[in-house]
Design a protein around this ligand. Structure first.
Ligand code: PHE
Length: 626
């Protein structure tokens, strides 16, 4: 057993249940209830969910077993685990590349902690909001540094406090009590969400896959989400495995953790997505989706104040059981080498993570600099429904001459103008008219509208609308927010009755620095150009998104790839098989014919995982194999 130093001085899990709860406490967190629903929303729904599940089963789970066994075998943190196993010291690949992957693990945990804490801080704010019934506006809240930063600080302080207290007393004790409670509450919220009027549409969207929407980006996002949510690819399971007694069964332990985590993610989706549709929020809103939707759901519940308050409290706790494990990874590295005391390491790493997280905290319009970082020096200008005769290339050249903007090629596309008609109950007449007026200037561009009262009903007609299908969706969404619901099929579309029938959409790009000048030039010619809607879109991202993209996705994928290559090909996968066998003797007994579970697992680690991950990575860098 010389290769397996006894972990006695490092603290150990008290029981099998203790481990499962702590590891699923790490796995179940904001990743399930906040990240999963919005990723599903941004990536097209059911097809994403399907690919995500495949990633969990075929890639995530085999790697989770690998990490646990690697950790228990070495009894070390990720960096030292690589260091002690890379025997032929002369070979640089073993000497440096392995530990470098270990360092990447520490980096992933550290940097993700820095923005994870920001979102967790929001959950604390919402405990207050629910109980006090302040119904704060999410956009204002998340943009206000005076709220967001102190809450972030409180959360990080709590994380530090628990981690410095040590493994068994801290992490394990808390997880046991709070995880089951959260599950119960999630079920209550699901029941409310799916029974909202109009929720059915969301359920359908969530459950019926449309694979035509799937591309390399969606697969990358699904794989990244699987790693993020399972806490695999962070070296975390290496660390947690190192606290696991030899008698425990790695296979069944890992399986339970994955099952719980995936179950809660699917429930998280079921909690948020039907409500998003019922309440008319845009499903691809990104990281703010869950926070905008859930308070609205609670406000429609009996005892919503209590349930909402309790829910956000438990969500904070779920985030805490995850964040403590994130902090634990770098801390265990410092503690192991006697590089520092547990207390000191926890405090210093925690405080630095807070400092690094400040730009992320300001990424939701708290500071323009961190919220809109341009990713290209071009802006796309889109003019909807422009008068075709007055917008010839020569005309456009004249219009834009003063702004001195080097205009890219002009792309015209003919638009079919349509009239839309639908009925609402007469009581909703005024509200509907107001909404249509509001929409006119931006969302649903149209010429004018008319209303015909007809007994109990009022018939609305929107004349000369461009982008029929999109306009219908926008319109229904806006009405739903005021609780006025019209089924999609009840909106009649017909060719426009307006005199002016020929319009085109026009798009072109201009230099970012010329945005204002172009805007002015177009605006002062609005009369003759006659466009109905002007959209200027600069491609921007936020500091938060950059962190999530590189550390919360890419980094995990690279670590996982390296781990499967390292254990599968470079080091010795039979040592891991031997490790798993302890506590799970059937791992090496024939399962089908003379094939053992161990052989199947090795096949996944050597071939399936690296090949799939590699292909997805290539796709990210623009190489399409399929
Ligand atoms: N899995 C956690 C979640 O879903 C995030 C996490 C990853 C926590 C890695 C710890 C370590 O929220």
């Amino acid at each position: 057993m010389s290769a397996s130093p006894s972990p006695e001085n490092r603290g150990q899990w008290g029981s099998k249940l203790g481990f499962i709860l702590a590891a699923s406490g790490s796995a179940v967190g904001l990743g399930n209830i906040w990240r999963f629903p919005y990723m599903t929303g941004e990536n097209g729904g059911a097809a994403f969910v399907f690919i995500y599940l495949a990633c969990v089963i075929f890639i995530g789970l085999p790697l989770m077993w690998l990490e646990l066994a690697f950790g228990r075998h070495t009894g070390k943190n990720p960096v030292d685990a690589f260091r002690v196993t890379g025997r032929p010291k002369e070979v640089w690949l073993y000497k440096y590349a392995g530990p470098a992957v270990g360092v990447l693990c520490l980096a992933a945990c550290f940097f993700v902690l820095s923005y994870y804490g920001v979102i967790a801080g929001w959950t604390i704010g919402y405990i207050y909001d629910s109980i006090a019934g302040t119904q704060m506006d999410f956009k204002e809240f998340s943009a206000n540094p005076n709220w967001v930063i102190p809450l972030f600080a409180v959360f990080i302080a709590a994380t530090i406090y628990i981690v410095q207290a040590g493994i068994e007393k801290g992490i394990e004790k808390w997880s046991k009590i709070l995880m089951p409670l959260l599950l119960g509450l999630v079920v209550v919220v699901i029941i409310r969400s799916v029974t909202l009027k109009g929720a059915m549409e969301g359920i359908e969207w969530y459950l019926s896959p449309d694979f035509s929407k799937v591309d390399g980006k969606v697969v990358l996002a699904a794989l990244g989400q699987a790693f993020f949510s399972l806490s695999v690819g962070w070296g975390l399971m290496i660390t947690y495995g190192s606290y696991m007694p030899k008698s425990q069964n790695i296979i069944s332990n890992g399986f339970w953790v994955a099952l719980m985590d995936t179950g809660v993610a699917l429930m998280g989706g079921l909690m948020v997505i039907p409500a998003v549709f019922a309440l008319g929020f845009p499903v691809d809103a990104g990281p703010t989706l869950t926070f905008e939707t859930l308070p609205a759901v609670f406000s429609k519940m009996t005892a919503g104040v209590v349930i909402g308050g309790l829910f956000f409290l438990l969500l904070t706790v779920a985030a805490l059981t995850s964040s403590i494990s994130m902090l634990e990874v770098p801390v265990s590295y410092f503690v192991d080498g006697k590089r520092a005391s547990r207390q000191k390491a926890a405090i210093i790493v925690g405080i630095v993570a807070f400092a690094v997280g400040l730009p992320s905290a300001l990424s939701f319009k708290g500071s323009e600099t961190f919220s809109s970082i341009p990713t290209s020096d071009k802006v796309t200008v889109r003019l909807e429904g422009i008068n075709a005769q007055n917008s010839t290339p020569e005309e456009m050249k004249n219009v834009l001459a003063d702004s001195d903007a080097s205009v890219g090629s002009l792309n015209y596309s003919l638009v079919e103008l349509e009239d839309l008609a639908f009925e609402v109950p007469s009581v909703d007449n005024n509200n509907t008219a107001t909404i249509i007026k509001e929409l006119k200037s931006n969302e649903v561009a149209h010429l004018r509208h008319s209303v015909t009262e007809n007994g109990e009903k009022a018939e609305f007609r929107l004349i000369s609308v461009s982008g029929g299908k999109k306009a219908v969706a926008e319109l229904r969404r806006a009405l739903a927010q005021k609780d006025i619901r019209i089924p999609e099929a009840a909106v009649k579309r017909s060719p426009t009755t307006a005199a002016d029938k020929i319009r085109t959409d026009l798009t072109f790009t201009v230099a970012l620095s010329k945005t204002n000048a172009v805007n002015k030039a177009l605006d002062s010619n609005k009369g003759s150009l006659g466009y109905k809607k002007l959209e200027l879109k600069a491609e921007t991202t936020s500091f938060f998104d950059i962190m999530d993209k590189y550390f919360g996705t890419l980094c995990l994928i690279i670590i996982s790839l390296s781990l499967s290559l390292y254990v599968g090909w470079m080091w010795d996968s039979s040592k891991i098989v031997g490790e798993i066998e302890q506590g799970c003797p059937s791992f090496t007994k024939p399962l089908i014919g003379n094939m053992t579970p161990a052989a199947i697992w090795i096949f996944f680690i050597r071939f399936v995982c690296p090949v799939v991950i590699f292909v997805v990575l290539l796709g990210k860098f623009g190489v399409e194999i399929f």
